[in-house]
Design a binder for this molecule. Structure first.
Ligand code: FEO
Ligand code: CA
Ligand code: CA
Ligand code: CA
Length: 588
């Protein structure tokens, strides 16, 4: 039907999928194919996936677990080669390993299953399905053993030193990488999110507690094999401070050292997306995914150099190393006008390399960003996840996934930008920089979507009053070539009792706010990615944690290999679920 809008991707919305539907559901006229699964060999010499005998050495050369952020970056004009870049957020040990696997194997394999992957893709012509190239030159696995350089004003700070790294400038690995963004200079940014869960800490230090570090939650027990995961050890008190950053990876150079950017602050970074302001400064928008936490902005000190020369690239690779960090305060204009909207301002945390927060040094602002932000009273949001500026309109879209604590006893109640108590369905904020300038401190805002199904109170769909697909728990956002917003979800099975999915939402014109579901993911999965190449007739999603509440013996999903219980898997197949990158194309 006409509903798809984007020329390359006309579609009629699918019906919501029941949570028992253990496959990818796509619109009529489309098909889906797995293009990379957990355990697929990537690096030269990596073995085929063998689920019953998975090892740390095999995993370090194979596609990691729980693919989240995804981009497919074309690398030839003919559209026949590309780089796939992906985050591996976390591990589900309960379904990854057969019962009786020795704990050291589980832990070391999990270290290798975290991180990121870079994988070369090939195809014969545009519009076709991509195939990954095992052992290709640019293929890379980044794991918990990959060295990262720390840069920016807090690099070398005593707050980042440990016995293993007295310089405070080199960190082994990245962890819990959730969403991200690809920069105009071709690198990928990735957010280190719930890093706290891997550590044992005292839990009594308020600075630790503000980041959720505690004495009891490191159920993976990594400290049993590497003391750095024990922040109660005097040698590793600062190890948690070395996570919670935005990292930048150059996928075109497998020998490059990835960077942790301290100038962009430390919190539970969902991700970061960059836009080039009209004056050439680079502006990144970032969410801190926690109930009642904040929305942040980074403005680079330097301006982008155009072009792809060696000089331009070297300059642009440093753009996120120095700049000003600020945090958002939203002011509502009252609900008498019937809509959630108002004005806002960016409250400075750092400026010109100096702290703007009384009582905090610049290093303290950047390492303990949540506490510095608390001091300037920003707006407590309903879990800001992915935040992305539109290159079409310059407007910025913020997915606030949900906050079931809003309005509970002892917690903040509804506010105009977060208008619902016990908010189980989430909303999407549209932020409009004053005069279209991303570097000024004023903006206006409104809620594009107040999500839910027909039974949810207070829903709003951008002013559209016709039928919509039910949608809840917006998490990742992307745009197609026409500037339509695409939203993927995480949490619909509990919030509105249907599988998670991917939705298209026009943000301009008569169909603004018309939510239409494009895809649903298998049982237990969350929809990540997404990547919309509408001109190419393709949509990509990262199917994360299918069947995550099952066990090895009683899988709750068999996606994507669908090997039945007791069946003999062919080489490289698995009878349990595998997180998988899926490409959706138009069927012929
Ligand atoms: Fe990893 Fe905020 O989702
Ligand atoms: Ca209003
Ligand atoms: Ca997410
Ligand atoms: Ca989420």
């Amino acid at each position: 039907g006409h509903g798809g809008g984007a020329h390359g991707l006309p579609f009629t919305a699918i019906a919501p999928a029941a949570v028992t539907v253990d496959t990818v559901t796509v619109p009529a006229g489309y098909r889906w194919d797995p293009i990379l699964r957990w355990g697929d060999p990537i690096l030269r010499g990596a073995p085929a996936f063998d689920q019953a005998r998975q090892s740390p050495e095999a995993q370090a050369g194979q596609f990691g677990y729980n693919n989240d952020y995804l981009d497919i970056i074309e690398t030839s004009r003919s559209g026949t080669s590309a780089l796939l870049v992906c985050n591996h957020e976390y591990t589900n040990e309960n379904i990854m390993f057969p019962p009786g696997t020795d704990p050291a194997t589980i832990i070391r394999t999990a270290w290798a299953a975290h991180g990121m992957s870079v994988v070369e893709l090939r195809r014969r012509r545009r519009g076709e399905k991509w195939t990954y190239v095992p052992g290709a030159r640019l293929n890379r696995r980044i794991t918990l053993d990959t060295p990262f350089a720390v840069d920016g004003p807090a690099a070398g700070s005593e707050l980042l030193t440990t016995k293993e790294d007295p310089t405070g400038r080199v960190v082994r690995g990245t962890i819990n990488n959730c969403a991200g963004g690809t920069t105009p200079w071709g690198t990928v940014l990735s957010g280190e999110e719930n890093f706290n869960q891997y550590f044992r800490a005292t839990g009594t230090d308020p600075k630790e507690a503000r980041y959720g570090l505690s004495a009891t939650q490191d159920t993976r027990n990594w400290r049993s094999l590497d003391p750095r995961w024990d922040a109660t050890s005097p040698d590793f008190v600062h190890e948690p401070n070395r996570f919670g950053w935005i990292v930048e990876v150059d996928p075109t150079d497998p020998t490059s050292t990835p960077v942790k950017h301290t100038a962009m602050g430390r919190f539970k970074h969902e991700g970061a997306n960059v836009i080039v302001n009209r004056d050439g400064h680079v502006v990144a928008y970032m969410g801190d995914d926690e109930r009642f936490d904040y929305l942040y902005r980074f403005v680079s000190r330097d301006r982008i150099r155009p072009g792809n020369s060696w000089w331009a690239r070297r300059h642009n690779l440093r753009l996120l190393s120095e700049g000003d960090l600020s945090v958002a305060r939203f002011t509502g204009d009252g609900l008498e006008d019937g809509v959630s909207d108002g004005t806002g301002e960016w409250l400075p945390l750092t400026r010109d390399g100096q702290s703007m927060v009384p009582g905090f040094t610049i290093e303290e602002v950047l390492v303990y960003t949540r506490l510095a932000a608390d001091a300037v009273q920003p707006t407590k949001m309903d879990r800001p996840e992915d935040v992305e500026p539109s290159r079409h309109s310059g407007r910025v879209y913020v997915a606030c996934t949900n906050n079931t604590d809003r309005g509970k006893v002892g917690k903040e109640g509804p506010t105009e930008p977060n208008p619902r108590p016990l908010n189980k369905d989430g909303h999407v904020v549209e932020l409009i920089p004053a005069n279209g300038d991303h570097t000024v401190d004023q903006f206006t805002w409104n809620l594009l979507l107040i999500c839910g199904d027909a039974a949810s109170a207070g829903t709003y769909f951008g002013g559209w009053t016709g039928p919509v697909s039910p949608i809840s728990c917006p998490d990742n956002v992307a745009f197609d070539s026409e500037g339509n917003l695409w939203v993927s979800t995480d949490g619909q099975p509990s919030a509105i009792k249907v599988s998670d999915g991917l939705f298209k939402v026009p943000v301009e014109g008569p169909e603004r706010g018309r939510v239409q579901q494009f895809l649903a993911v298998p049982s237990g999965a969350e929809t990540c990615g997404p990547v919309v190449h509408d001109r190419d007739g393709s949509v990509f999603v990262a199917v994360q944690h299918p069947g995550e509440d099952g066990t090895w013996d009683a899988p709750q999903s068999r996606f994507p290999d669908f090997v039945p219980a007791g069946g003999a898997p062919a080489a490289g197949q698995f009878s349990g679920p595998r997180p998988t990158v899926v490409q959706v194309t138009r069927s012929r």
